[in-house]
Design a protein around this ligand. Structure first.
Ligand SMILES: Nc1ncnc2c1ncn2[C@@H]1O[C@H](COP(=O)(O)OP(=O)(O)O)[C@@H](O)[C@H]1O
Ligand SMILES: [Mg+2]
Length: 580
């Protein structure tokens, strides 16, 4: 036995073809792993390998094994007197249930049972090199709940290439019995499903810079949400997506409901149009025009009722009742396209006491909203089209957003086709029950008209407070979570975030720190930590045309070199991909 070989055996490595190999076994698997963990343990930059040896078990043998496992777990439950060793009892109980469940799935041929040999291998030109990589892998595994073991004195049998019959001598800790789902967790093909043909680039995986391309039109709902604190890059990410969608399909109509007037430059630069809707704006959208409900007066009456409740949240029940009656009469009796003066007259004609209603409504005839009293003068047919509320005072924002949404919805319904509708500061709509319910309905129905929404908001919590808000979130096919100030347990539950994802999101890096924004992209069961990165021309274009909202802090340190590697350090490490 030569000296090198002895050293090698003791430290659990061996050498072949000029490369040293340091194997690592994982005798204990954690009860739960995120899908695609291999992307984290074996990123392409680490010279490590995984060797998997798989042998499917005969079904009868597998059923016998499961039956035996279930029976012995059940007898352990019975043998542990209640009150004693609760943890052991509940563990055994769980094992029994799981074994029975897998047995059932096996009988239905939904699963198989596999004998699986697992060896991780650090590789390198020298012993030291391969063993250092093995140590790193062991550390990653430990943080994910695996217990690993170096097969000292059995390095070669642990890592030898399988012959095919599963009969080689293997050290203990090599073999595992897994069902198909468990085995799937060891497969690294996590990235394939995020390169959808015909999709736009949403970002690069933080792990290995693999591109994430998604075709929103290929999913049942075409609508997405983007959440993040001020300065996290919501407006930028949404513009980037809109820009890339526009390039891919120049005929795609893009509409932006823009409360802060940030997107005007973008629309103009792309040959589109900007409608300024505040006082002294470019013209008028008549909120009372029943064209938005396809001429359905009763539906329009209801919609205007909730619009006005968003503007006058203090209306009393009696006042609301009078308003509703007046509205229904107005739409039944005409004029066909009423104005606010017509509505005020209808309210004044109501026999019941109208309370403060006439006075409140005067804001539309002689007050600060009088510019809305009259027929629609603006057309929505240019693209991209920005509906800017920059000139609207904050306490009128919800009202304006609501009728603009109504107008846009009417347009989507009147001529279905592929459209991308971006709504910034969407929480404003969610804060009022009426507009939240309307937005919920719109998000659920627009898919039938071929349109998709991009809803931008700061805190997902704003949506969690009401059933309508929760329903909106549930109807988004993808959610991009940028840096969040905090993640409540309700949000973590709704988005099914793991603990590490929940802890990472408030630390996700900001564009002003690194020149791109870090995000967690949720799509179906996939949770992908990505960087939203613009190419140099995209960045230069967008930073020229986008106006940053006055409330957003300046971003002095933006790294414009644009080629900075996606470096990571310390506690900023993003969570592993998760596709449960
Ligand atoms: N992905 C990105 N790459 C480069 N710069 C970005 C990126 N996202 C945002 N920025 C810059 O960061 C600043 C804040 O972004 P913004 O989209 O306005 O944030 P938010 O809408 O979330 O408040 C802007 O100056 C913007 O140009
Ligand atoms: Mg913004």
């Amino acid at each position: 036995v030569s000296r090198t070989e002895r050293v090698a055996e003791r430290s659990g490595s061996w050498s072949a073809d000029g490369r040293s190999r340091a194997p690592l076994l994982v005798p204990d698997l954690p009860p739960e792993v995120p899908f695609g963990i291999l992307g984290r343990i074996l990123p392409t930059r680490r010279s490590a390998e995984l060797q998997l040896e798989l042998h499917p078990l005969e079904r009868d043998a597998a059923l016998r094994i499961l039956e035996h496992a279930a029976a012995s777990a059940e007898s352990e439950v019975l043998a542990t007197p209640s009150g004693e060793d609760l943890e052991r009892r509940s563990l055994a109980g769980r094992a029994a249930t799981t074994a029975r469940e897998i047995g059932r799935q096996l009988a239905l041929r939904e699963q198989e049972l596999w004998r699986v040999g697992v060896t991780f291998l650090g590789t390198g030109p020298t012993w030291a090199h391969s063993e250092r990589i093995r140590d790193e892998v062991a550390q990653e595994l430990a943080t994910l709940g695996f217990r690993s073991r170096i097969p000292a004195f059995a390095a070669e049998p642990a890592g030898a290439v399988p012959g095919g019959d599963g009969l080689e001598r293997r050290p203990s800790g090599y073999w595992h019995l897994l069902h198909t789902d468990g085995l799937a967790a060891f497969f690294p093909f996590v990235d394939e499903a995020v390169c959808e043909p015909g999709g736009v680039l949403v970002g690069l995986l933080l792990d290995d810079a693999g591109p994430v391309l998604i075709d929103r039109w290929a999913h049942a709902s075409h609508s997405w949400g983007i959440f993040g604190t001020t300065g996290a890059g919501k407006s930028f990410a949404a513009s980037l997506l809109a820009l890339r969608s526009h390039w891919l399909d120049p005929s795609l109509e893009v509409l932006v409901i823009d409360p802060l007037g940030e997107f005007a430059g973008l629309a103009r630069a792309l040959g589109g149009d900007v409608l300024e809707l505040g006082p002294g704006g470019s013209g008028r959208l008549n909120p009372l025009d029943p064209v938005t409900t396809g001429g359905d007066g009763a539906e329009k009456a209801g919609r205007v009722g909730s619009l006005l409740r968003a503007l006058f949240p203090s209306l009393l029940d009696e006042e609301v009742a009078v308003l509703d009656r007046a509205l229904h009469r107005l739409y039944a009796e005409g004029p066909q396209v009423p104005t606010f003066s017509d509505l005020l007259r209808a309210v004044e004609r109501e026999p019941a006491a109208a309370g403060r209603l006439p006075t409140l409504l005067q804001v539309f005839t002689t007050g600060s909203l009088a510019y809305l009293d009259g027929p629609t003068t603006l057309a929505l047919d240019r693209t991209p089209l920005v509906l800017s509320l920059a000139g609207v005072p904050e306490d009128h924002r919800a009202f304006h957003l609501s009728y603009v949404l109504d107008t846009v919805y009417g347009r989507l319904r009147a001529s279905p086709g592929r459209r991308l509708v971006l709504i910034d500061e969407a929480h404003v709509l969610v804060h009022h029950p009426g507009s939240a319910e309307f937005l919920d309905r719109v998000v659920r129905q627009v898919r039938h008209f071929g349109a998709g929404f991009l809803l931008l908001s700061q805190h997902p919590e704003d949506f969690l407070r009401s059933p309508a808000g929760r329903s909106i979130l549930a109807n988004l096919s993808a959610t991009l979570l940028l840096r969040l100030t905090s993640v409540s347990s309700e949000a973590a539950e709704l988005f099914q975030l793991t603990k590490s994802e929940t802890e990472w999101l408030p630390r996700a890096r900001l564009p002003r720190e690194v020149g791109y924004s870090e995000a967690l992209l949720r799509m179906g069961a996939a949770h992908l930590p990505i960087a939203v990165v613009a190419s140099t021309p995209e960045y230069e274009f967008l930073s020229q045309v986008l106006a940053t909202a006055p409330s957003a802090p300046e971003a002095p340190g933006v790294d414009t070199s644009r080629n900075a590697p996606l470096s990571r350090e310390g506690d900023r490490t993003p969570p592993a991909h998760d596709r449960r």
